[in-house]
Design a protein around this ligand. Structure first.
Ligand SMILES: [Ca+2]
Ligand SMILES: [Ca+2]
Length: 212
């Protein structure tokens, strides 16, 4: 998890073009709540990291993907609202509780568009059954920022970022590695400190949710 979060932070700008489909007029997506747990401590929002199981189904009823039955059969993590996944997911998986299950019927304009992708043919309307297993604060969430901003001055110093990296490594059972943390921190500042003032402001830190 920690590496995935850190990688998605470091590589967030690289992930963006991966799922952009062709331009089509945006048909409406259908969303149905199939199950919602009685207890709901928090609801998913943009910037959260979600762990989900999902089945993908073509219009003719053929299942083209099932996370429970394929590969390592594990649910997958992704960050909501940053186009890491198709638009239909970003739009349709907000305000979900852990344990909630939804059915999304997603038109091609919010999925893989005119071109399709891999085994998804062009112009496909896709149905997904998606169950949220877990919701965590994303690396770009307001909560993460506050956690990292130790002196509450609304900006992250290099020192604060390094302390955060070390804590995250320790929390997930990796040995701290000062050289690695130093390099990661320099990478992060090179990309994120847009105005090069030596601090990452909250504005520089949080995701920009364009087009959503
Ligand atoms: Ca600070
Ligand atoms: Ca800055």
């Amino acid at each position: 998890m920690v590496l995935q979060v850190l990688l998605s932070w470091l590589c967030s700008s690289l992930l963006l073009p991966a799922v952009s489909g062709g331009k089509l007029p945006e048909a409406e997506m259908q969303m149905e709540v199939m199950f919602r747990p009685f207890l709901c401590h928090r609801k998913s929002k943009y910037g959260d990291v979600l762990l989900v199981h999902h089945d993908g189904i073509f219009e003719n009823g053929t299942v083209f993907h099932s996370s429970r039955n394929e590969g390592d059969k594990q649910p997958v993590w992704f960050t909501l609202g940053i186009r890491e996944v198709i638009k239909g997911w970003d739009k349709g998986l907000q305000d979900m509780c852990a344990g909630e299950k939804r059915k999304l019927v997603i038109p091609p304009g919010l999925a893989y568009g005119k071109e399709g992708k891999g085994k998804i043919p062009p112009e496909s309307t896709l149905t997904f059954i998606i169950e949220v297993v877990e919701i965590r604060n994303g690396p770009r969430s307001h909560e993460s920022f506050q956690e990292m901003d130790l002196n509450d001055d609304w900006r992250l110093s290099k020192h604060e970022v390094k302390i955060y990296l070390r804590k995250e490594f320790e929390r997930h059972g990796y040995p701290p590695n000062d050289t690695l943390h130093e390099n990661m921190m320099e990478d992060i500042f090179a990309k994120e400190d847009k105005n090069k003032d030596g601090f990452i402001s909250s504005r520089e830190f949080t995701y920009k949710h364009d087009e959503l």
